[in-house]
Design a protein around this ligand. Structure first.
Ligand code: MN
Ligand code: MN
Length: 387
């Protein structure tokens, strides 16, 4: 497990009874944290272990999954960079959810917990991918260090075939071998540096929008692992990729469930949509027109009847550029939508304002506790200073 977020710790999932994380508790038993505010570790065979720490992240030098490789493979290491510093890779995933969590925290503390848990897990995936790349590059770094004798690197390789193989791999993996000299770099498999532009649009400040981005992002991460699996024969690497791919499938469903738990969640944001235009399907191309649930029957979210506009040019002319239109195939009215817009504005703004009262602000729970109960806070401070 690479990083452990505070929210994960609070759940007390670190009892040795929890088979997936035994190393964590064993380590803590041997060497308690430094810089901790308070650690309460009752009998580990109780169901609940209360751990309070003052650190946001704590690094445990064990991987979440037992990643191994059979032999070096610089070419596949380069492909795997796609999941290290690529657009749909683990760094992007970790930072996406980490960034989204800030705006979610006050109005949706339950989703904050989810986003931080998954962000933290994605950091541990990043660690697994980095470790795997490093293992796949075993020996390369050492060879490159023989800089004093240029021919040495080739002399090290036994025979013509090995030499040609090395040159081939250097050609297909130039960035890895030349820039980083045998370690994972924050680039994709083409050597393009990681960019925050990959994820900035995903931190939207509206949780229903963010969660939809997350569902799409998990789909892309899943399919990237699926593609990668076709380019390695290493059974250990396959096991690791299978684990990582499967976790994205799990995350997909978590985000879907989180979105479903926010109601109403469609359309995203506050403003409803204009019932004059929400169920129109414009037949914008000629020949072989296909009808399907996207342009006939009921629309999926608003339950309106799709209106198939067979001749859009004529329709636009006849309606004076779509301004002389009455809603059709929907019980919604322009007036009703106006009213709903106002109601939704009030409800959503109240939700957020209630969650974030004006005045002094604190982020950490211990500080919030002290603000809410100054007497208790003073007592706490005193007892600490007496220690
Ligand atoms: Mn992941
Ligand atoms: Mn994921």
């Amino acid at each position: 497990m690479a990083f452990v977020s505070n929210s994960l710790l609070k759940k007390g999932s670190f009892c040795p009874k929890t088979p997936e994380l035994p190393a964590f508790v064993e380590r803590q038993d041997r060497r308690p944290w430094r810089n901790t505010a308070e650690i309460t570790m009752p009998d580990c065979f109780l169901d609940r272990v209360v751990i309070k720490i003052s650190l946001m992240f704590y690094h445990v030098k064990e991987l979440q999954f037992d990643a191994r490789v059979s032999k070096p493979d610089p070419a596949f290491a380069t492909l795997l960079l796609e999941q290290f510093g690529g657009a749909n890779g683990e760094l992007a995933a970790a930072l996406r959810y980490f960034g989204q969590a800030f705006a979610a925290r006050k109005p949706f503390p339950d989703k904050y917990d989810l986003l931080m848990d998954i962000a933290t897990e994605e950091f541990s995936h990043l660690e697994i991918v980095g470790a795997t790349i490093q293992m796949l590059l075993q020996g390369i770094n050492g060879d490159l260090k023989r800089a004093a004798d240029e021919s040495e690197i080739m002399a090290l390789l036994d025979g013509k075939k090995a030499k040609e193989e090395f040159i081939h791999q250097a050609l297909v993996a130039p960035q890895t071998l030349v820039s980083s000299g045998g370690g994972p770099a924050y680039t994709n498999s083409q050597g393009v540096p990681w960019s925050a532009a990959y994820i900035n649009g995903d931190c939207n400040g509206d949780l229903t929008v963010d969660l939809r981005s997350d569902i799409a992002a998990e789909s892309r991460a899943k399919i990237t692992y699926e593609y990668l699996l076709q380019f390695t024969d290493d059974p250990y690497v396959k096991q690791t990729l299978n684990f990582l791919m499967t976790r994205e499938v799990a995350h997909f469903q978590m985000f879907e469930a989180a979105l479903e738990s926010i109601q109403p969640n469609f359309p995203p944001g506050v403003r409803q949509s204009d019932p004059r235009y929400s169920n129109l399907y414009f037949n914008m191309s000629s020949g072989a027109d296909i009808r399907g649930p996207w342009n006939e029957g009921e629309s999926s979210q608003l339950g309106e009847t799709w209106q198939f506009i067979d001749d859009p040019v004529r329709y636009v002319m006849e309606t004076n550029g779509l301004t002389n239109l009455e809603p059709n195939g929907t019980p919604r009215t322009v007036k009703g939508v106006d009213k709903l817009d106002k109601e939704m504005s009030e409800t959503r703004s109240e939700e957020v304002n209630m969650a974030v009262p004006i005045g002094e602000q604190a982020w950490s729970q211990h500080s919030i506790d002290q603000m809410e109960s100054p007497a208790k806070g003073t007592k706490k401070r005193n007892s600490r200073s007496n220690e």
